[in-house]
Design a protein around this ligand. Structure first.
Ligand SMILES: [Zn+2]
Length: 122
């Protein structure tokens, strides 16, 4: 949850998902950039996402990329279309299907809160 002007993001150890929006053209995206890839503007700002979205694609990972993920395999990854208009890759509930409405929950993985999207009401 957002606390005043503080933007929380799981990649810096807080439960939350941050995204960026261009003040000039309105384009939104997930991974932090210093400028807007659509119009080149430097007027970009971080915002707090609500953690709600819809599954765009999903895949089951049977062969994890490293030893530390082995005990979790098989697990599902998905591209999530967030309500704010950006797309991110994230862990998702194993049974999630394309089109499912999902909400972010956070699981602690090596002291970092990892977002895992769980199915919720449409
Ligand atoms: Zn722009």
């Amino acid at each position: 949850m957002s606390n005043g002007d503080e933007i929380l993001d799981w990649s810096t150890g807080s439960e939350g998902i941050a995204y960026q929006r261009c003040d000039d053209c309105g384009h939104v995206w997930y991974l932090t950039r210093a400028f807007c890839a659509t119009c080149g503007s430097l007027a970009v700002r971080q915002h707090q996402a609500a953690g709600l979205g819809r599954v765009a694609t999903t895949t089951l990972v049977s062969r994890p990329p490293s030893e530390k993920w082995k005990e979790y395999a098989p697990y599902s990854l998905a591209l999530i279309d967030a309500d704010e208009g950006f797309r991110l890759m994230a862990h998702v509930e194993r049974d999630a299907r394309i089109g499912d409405r999902v909400r972010a929950r956070y699981l602690s993985f090596e002291d970092t809160p990892i977002p895992v999207f769980m199915c919720t009401d449409p």
